[in-house]
Design a protein around this ligand. Structure first.
Ligand SMILES: NC(=O)c1ccc[n+]([C@@H]2O[C@H](COP(=O)([O-])OP(=O)(O)OC[C@H]3O[C@@H](n4cnc5c(N)ncnc54)[C@H](OP(=O)(O)O)[C@@H]3O)[C@@H](O)[C@H]2O)c1
Length: 251
């Protein structure tokens, strides 16, 4: 059977994979959650929006005759990734995750590891601080219980409606970013601490490199735990897996 992929996207890695898949003449659909106003165009047919949990995803996989699923979502998109594991197991369709290895602290880094967003809020403490909160827009409300801090927010789209943080500045930018620019931004806002997810990859690491240069502490939110699944770290490795996965179900 010719491959017919479902690529779960929303990352630069997913976009790179879609390009390679289209160039190789492999059929597939690219799926976005629909979180940003103008998602990057893709060279594959697009679908946008949730599937309706693991059962909805399993139904979609069956209806669309999907032969392989590639989960190239962000390492913190844990709901989608859990659903992909469950749905692919239910359908007997091979699944691979295209992931970025997490960042590792380097000499000069001052990271405080926390397991989740809630603990990141606690880690900021009682005393008012100037925080670069570079975690996207989805979890800003969780910082509302620490309104004493100034927050510099970097968002892909301009915020819609009121933000829950009274003392803040908003930078609208999609990146990629450079350490030089991020260091200048942090200096301009007199930032004293950075809050980051351990996303891994090059696109988002500028703020971490900038924090090291400026000798600033980083509250580093560790990745969520996910069920065991096959993971690969490059587009080439996924293309190679595609050549073999149909005869090697469940790799
Ligand atoms: N979390 C981050 O820090 C982050 C950063 C950069 C980019 N992103 C991207 O933004 C998207 C949403 O991330 P999230 O953290 O909100 O995910 P999430 O919490 O794991 O997903 C929540 C729900 O959104 C839907 N969904 C997520 N990704 C989808 C996709 N690619 N295609 C179709 N439906 C999707 C699913 O709904 P149903 O259950 O209804 O299927 C999923 O259960 C992902 O595509 C991710 O790659 C996330």
């Amino acid at each position: 059977m010719d491959p017919n992929l479902l690529i779960l996207g929303g990352t630069t890695e997913a976009t790179a994979l879609a390009r390679a898949v289209a160039a190789a003449g492999i059929a597939g659909t690219f799926s976005y959650a629909g979180r940003v106003a103008q998602p990057k165009a893709q060279p594959l047919p697009l679908r946008v929006g949730g599937f309706g949990g693991p059962d909805g995803l399993a139904a979609w996989i069956r209806q669309s005759n999907v032969t392989h699923v590639i989960d190239a979502t962000h390492p913190f998109a844990s709901g989608m990734s859990r659903n992909a594991v469950a749905a692919c197991a239910a359908c007997g369709v091979p699944l691979v995750a295209l992931t970025r290895p997490p960042w590792q602290a380097q000499p000069g880094d001052r990271w405080q590891h926390v397991p989740d967003i809630d603990r990141a809020v606690d880690a900021l403490g009682e005393r008012a601080r100037r925080v670069f909160l570079a975690i996207g827009r989805m979890h800003l409300a969780e910082f509302a219980r620490a309104p004493q801090h100034f927050y510099l927010l970097r968002l892909v789209d301009p915020p819609e409606g009121a933000l829950p943080l009274p003392d803040r500045a908003v930078e609208v930018s999609r990146g990629p970013f450079t350490a030089e620019d991020d260091a200048a931004l942090m200096r301009a806002h007199r930032i004293g601490v950075v809050v980051s997810k351990n996303s891994g990859g090059d696109g988002a690491r500028a703020k971490i490199d900038a924090a090291r240069r400026l000798d600033l502490p980083v509250v580093m939110i560790d990745r969520p735990d996910l069920p065991a699944r096959h993971e690969l770290h490059s587009v080439e490795a996924v293309l190679h897996w595609l050549d073999h996965a149909s005869t090697d179900l469940g790799v």
